[in-house]
Design a protein around this ligand. Structure first.
Ligand code: CIZ
Ligand code: SF4
Length: 302
């Protein structure tokens, strides 16, 4: 039996669902029941009737699924699939920042641990960051942990944004020279970049979009060629869903090694052995859930 059939059989046996992020390997995306961004995956985790959720993404995403679904078993095929950006802030350091700005609200990007979410007022994704910030009563917003997304939001809101100094090492591999080079070779192509990119790269974009925003935009656009400034896993869906169009990665080096740790073998092990179970302590879970629920209420931004 091949890996796909084996996974199909195991899923049925365990009443399991496989959720995969847009940055996962192509074969992991192909075997998943749902592929999406953090927002869509959180919604699916809540609405699915499955007993077991195999989460193919990185640690903070599986934690969010566990926070939102206390009655379900959330499994991560590979525990070391951790997001370095999420590791750039701790609950203790956020508490200190809050003390410095007592009138400010805290908006945290989903790329944070549940413990950091528990210290925040609301979460956001790259798709709805501006919408979430504008929904707050406070005029001052501590925005954590991605400084590039914070700067992008600051340029698109009246609120005063206090950025944290975190960043995504993978998106930082995309350099202005990469975009300029591809633009020379593909003069009609539109440049779509993710707001986790450096500000110098964002400045060269025709559109700044989340992964879900890029998928929607590429499908609706009359353009035939696009230069894509995000983790290259997104190219799998862009190509599959838009057969007549051409997608050029800004650089082939924009690979997140953590996202790529999940494999078909890992999914089989996760289902067969029921590992690795992701659990969040109840006091943190409840407070983190408030921040995630508020984000889901505000809704998508793209
Ligand atoms: O929100 C997400 O899933 C991330 C990390 C990226 C994106 O833009 O979809
Ligand atoms: Fe974290 Fe960047 Fe990898 Fe996303 S692509 S999981 S932000 S390191």
């Amino acid at each position: 039996m091949n890996d796909f059939d084996r996974i199909k059989r195991l899923k049925k046996e365990k009443n399991a669902i496989i959720l995969a992020h847009n940055y996962q390997r192509g074969d992991v995306q192909d075997v998943a029941d749902f592929v999406g961004d953090s927002f869509g995956l959180s919604q699916k985790a809540v609405s699915s009737g499955a007993d077991v959720i195999v989460f193919c993404g990185v640690d903070f995403m599986a934690e969010s699924a566990a926070v939102l679904n206390p009655g379900k078993t959330v499994l991560m095929p590979e525990l070391s699939a951790q997001c370095p950006m999420a590791g750039m802030i701790t609950p203790g350091s956020l508490k200190l920042e809050k003390e410095k700005h007592p009138g400010a609200a805290v908006v945290c990007y989903v790329n944070t641990s549940a413990a950091v979410k528990a210290e925040s007022d609301v979460c956001c994704t790259s798709a709805n960051a501006i919408k979430v910030v504008n929904s707050m009563e406070e005029d001052e917003i501590i925005f954590v942990p991605d400084r590039n997304l914070a700067l992008y939001v600051a340029a698109n809101t009246e609120k005063k944004i206090i950025p944290w100094n975190g960043y995504c090492p993978t998106h930082h591999l995309i350099l202005p020279g990469d975009i300029l080079l591809e633009k020379e070779e593909h003069q009609d192509a539109l440049v779509l970049v993710h707001p986790e990119c450096r500000p110098e790269v964002v400045a060269l974009a025709d559109k700044v979009l989340s992964t879900s925003g890029m998928l929607k935009y590429a499908a609706q656009s009359s353009s035939k060629e696009f230069i894509i400034g995000t983790e290259i896993g997104l190219l799998h869906r862009l190509n599959r869903e838009n057969p007549g169009k051409k997608f050029i990665p800004a650089t082939r080096y924009a690979v997140c090694p953590n996202m790529k740790m999940n494999t078909l073998g890992g999914i089989i092990r996760a289902l067969e052995r029921g590992e690795h179970v992701i659990k969040v302590p109840e006091d943190i879970r409840k407070r983190a859930k408030l921040a995630l629920d508020r984000m889901l209420e505000v809704g998508r931004g793209d």
